[in-house]
Design a protein around this ligand. Structure first.
Ligand SMILES: [Zn+2]
Length: 254
């Protein structure tokens, strides 16, 4: 059995390519290291990656690692400290020597769907604030299928309110607003964000990635998003659930 945490603590940080370009489907990287817990079942570490690990309410990407003489199926990506470990199985050949060039390839369909769902989440945050006419914090969120949801800290809910939220969301989608990501320092943060929930929970670091839907909101976020709200498609409400703390809105995109 691999002592994953102590092994990964020694590894170099992984460069997260999806932060600057969420549309990269394939890329050449260097296989820095790997460890196997059973024959053929291994954790792979690269110098950089396009695989989004399970973190920040977004699920893990899946896909492939290929080299001259092997094929490896990535079943999940995990973030440990600053390192992304790609867990999966060798499906052909043998892993090459450390330092070899390999190609990463995402299962694009589920990833693109996660990008649409995640962007829909930001749109819903805005729509909820509009409908409740004030700042609303989120309590929990999952932006990946099945059962994507956001839990909001609000006191009352109704079908009518849900309809209004969806109408607002549909308007933002229709307006085809640009979505962009950029980096700011701690000092710049307060001047760049707007309509952003949960700022009191934001950890203190030297820089932040802000995801802005032009004119709608600018939120610190490390997930993957589409570049125009039109790509989200139709935002649908799956069900509404009143919870002890607020309102859980299960949603989907069509
Ligand atoms: Zn986000």
């Amino acid at each position: 059995m691999v002592d994953l945490y102590s092994w990964l603590k020694r590894a170099d940080s992984t460069e997260l390519l999806y932060l600057d370009n969420s549309y990269l489907k394939t890329v050449s990287v260097s296989l820095l290291d790997y460890a196997c817990d059973k024959p053929g079942k291994c954790y792979l570490v690269f110098d950089k990656t396009i695989f989004h690990p399970k973190t920040g309410g977004q699920g893990s990407d899946t896909g492939w690692v290929r080299g001259e003489s092997f094929e490896f199926r990535v079943e999940k990506a995990l973030m440990v400290g600053n390192v992304v470990a790609h867990y999966g199985r060798v499906v052909g050949g043998e892993l090459p020597v450390k330092g070899s060039p390999v190609t990463l390839e995402l299962d694009w369909e589920p990833r693109y769907r996660a990008m649409r769902l995640h962007t829909a989440g930001h749109i819903l945050d805005y729509a909820v604030m509009r409908v409740y006419e004030g700042h609303v914090n989120t309590l929990e969120a999952r932006h990946s299928p099945p059962d994507a949801y956001i839990e909001y800290e609000v006191k009352h809910a109704s079908e009518k309110i849900a309809e209004e939220i969806l109408r607002e969301a549909a308007r933002i989608v229709e307006e085809a607003r640009k979505v962009r990501a950029f980096w700011v320092s701690w000092e710049e943060l307060s001047t760049k964000i707007y309509n952003a929930p949960n700022l009191q929970r934001l950890p203190r670091t030297s820089k932040y990635r802000i995801v802005e839907i032009e004119g709608v909101n600018a939120i610190p976020c490390t997930g993957t998003h589409v570049s125009n709200t039109r790509e989200v498609g139709r935002v649908e409400l799956v069900r509404l659930e009143e919870t002890v703390r607020g309102l859980k809105l299960y949603y989907d995109v069509d």
